[in-house]
Design a protein around this ligand. Structure first.
Ligand SMILES: NC(=O)c1ccc[n+]([C@@H]2O[C@H](COP(=O)([O-])OP(=O)(O)OC[C@H]3O[C@@H](n4cnc5c(N)ncnc54)[C@H](O)[C@@H]3O)[C@@H](O)[C@H]2O)c1
Length: 367
């Protein structure tokens, strides 16, 4: 069934009104492409808090109550704990709603393909949003690489350091389901936040044919084990190799408006390099993108390097897509399943002592 773009504002609902709502909402505010008609969360306090943003929307304790209310909904923003993604998405699709789902899509391939199949069978769109692909400095990094300015890419690396000081408040309730994920070998560094880094790798250089990983463990509290120090390396089908090191620096203060995550990307070309100095946090206080080529250093001072803006632009892209049907979804559900395969290949490699694993060959029960 071909998708028919809407010739009027999209009627949307938020399903889950927790921490990340504060950023996802940016794509919806002051956006003539959308009318927010409903808010859903079992938590009464959250419903009351978010209702202030959308006085005209109706609030419900469950998606089932919204579906039974008679309110017409075209698409939903699914901001649920990851464990609820598979069943939650199946339920939301069953009501006839397009779904914009937060990452990680889910923890296992079998669930990913159940979700993809349900969307296909119902003729609805399932998008797994990837806000990093809308972070302006990362888009500049990609454009510089593709422009030939630093010559053909010969390799690249990413860096990620999690700290426990600084940033915005994250309620305990938002951590509790993350801790459950950690116990299932889906840690917050490699799998949850790491999902974004793996997505950027696929976006920058295309499909990956081999992954080698060494995933560590650091106990930071009773029963709370972070999946670091870790190192993951891979080779794309185009021959470019990437590497990523992941650490926790528990005592490091990191200035951040959001999570305390210090991130960098650096692409080496045959005649120079392009570097992204920060993303979620405000680690290195230099221009967010710097390029070295032909003996000269060039800095980009005027990029929108507020990580929160990537949510605004990612959300707007979705709503524009629903109005026009044009361009890539970034990501469609199949592309998101490839990110999952990449992560599962890393787990499989690490468990087997760092051997090379082809993400295309991981099985449904991998990891
Ligand atoms: N893109 C990013 O950088 C980023 C950052 C943080 C979180 N996330 C993702 O966003 C999602 C939500 O994370 P969060 O940090 O906001 O979690 P959270 O725990 O703060 O919020 C989840 C909300 O869902 C509600 N909820 C639970 N069951 C529900 C149900 N059946 N129906 C409706 N609502 C229900 C909870 O009451 C809570 O308010 C997760 O998938 C997470 O991985 C993405």
């Amino acid at each position: 069934m071909p998708f028919m773009p809407y010739d009027r504002p999209v009627r949307a609902a938020f399903i889950g009104l927790g921490r990340i709502y504060d950023l996802n909402v940016r794509g919806y505010l002051d956006n003539p492409d959308v009318e927010v008609v409903a808010l859903v969360d079992p938590d009464e306090e959250r419903r009351a808090q978010r209702q202030a943003d959308w006085p005209g929307a109706k609030a419900f304790a469950s998606a089932a109550e919204l579906a039974a209310s008679g309110i017409e909904v075209d698409a939903v923003e699914a901001l649920l704990p990851v464990q609820l993604h598979p069943e939650g998405v199946l339920e939301l699709l069953s009501y006839g709603w397009h779904v914009n789902l937060q990452k990680p899509m889910c923890s296992d391939l079998a669930d990913a393909y159940r979700m993809i199949e349900a969307a296909r069978a119902s003729g609805l769109v399932l998008r797994v949003m990837e806000n990093y692909l809308f972070y302006q400095p990362l888009r500049k990094l990609k454009a510089i690489t593709e422009s030939g300015e630093i010559g053909p890419a010969v390799g690249y690396h990413m860096k990620m350091v999690g700290s426990a000081h600084g940033g915005w408040d994250v309620p305990l309730s938002s951590w509790l389901w993350q801790w459950e994920q950690m116990k299932r070998n889906r840690g917050i560094m490699v799998f949850d936040d790491g999902w974004h880094k793996l997505a950027t790798a696929l976006w920058l250089f295309g499909p990956v044919r081999e992954v080698r990983a060494w995933i560590g463990a650091t106990e930071v509290g009773p029963g709370v084990v972070l999946d670091a120090p870790s190192m993951i390396a891979w080779e794309h089908e185009n021959g470019v190799r990437g590497g990523w090191d992941i650490n926790v620096a528990l005592d490091m203060y990191l200035r951040s408006d959001y999570y305390t995550n210090d991130e960098r990307w650096e692409i080496t070309g045959s005649k120079g390099f392009a570097r992204l100095n920060r993303c979620t946090g405000r680690g290195i206080q230099q221009p967010s993108v710097e390029v070295y080529a032909d003996g000269e250093m060039r800095s980009y001072h005027a990029l929108d390097d507020d990580w929160g803006s990537s949510f605004r632009d990612c959300g707007r892209h979705w709503l524009t897509w629903l109005r026009t049907g044009e361009g890539p979804l970034l990501w469609d559900a199949e592309a998101a399943a490839d990110v999952l395969r990449f992560a599962l290949a890393a787990y499989e490699s690490s468990a087997a002592g760092g051997i090379g694993v082809n993400p295309g060959q991981v099985t449904c029960d991998a990891g």
